[in-house]
Design a protein around this ligand. Sequence first.
Ligand SMILES: [Zn+2]
Length: 164
Amino acid sequence: MVDKKSQTLKENEKTIEELKIENDLLKNQLVQKEHEKEILETKIDELIREIAQNREIILEQEKTQIKETSSKKKAEIQGKKVKKAKKKEDSKVTEEFKPDGRIAAKDKIVEGTSRRKCPICGNSNTHLIREVTDKSIIILDYPKVYGKKFVCGECGANWRVVND
Ligand SMILES: [Zn+2]
């Protein structure tokens, strides 16, 4: 009985010893796992940061793309606007010319007060003012003497001087 008891005690001690060793082993493993966990967490952090960076890069690229497209569109729109404005200006010029006879002045002779100044556009550069014979005005029948008119090289107006 004593023998058996001591046997059991010895066995128990052995088991305790074994369990202790196992416990140490598990402790070691736990430390290792803890270490692995730390490494993995660091990796996860790195990946998250990388993802964030990539997202930023992509967003930046998208932004620049959008900017480029929108600036292109803006330029297109601006170009169209400029074209429209030009067209408007052109038509404005034509329209402005009509009421005060500037367009008609090309075919019609208007009256002016000076041979050195265009009565339509105010051009006073004598190099741009031509003096020509106006066959619609006959000053003398025999010998034929025609009147004179002036042509503006700037706006094309034809005028006769009434009071020079
Ligand atoms: Zn003129």
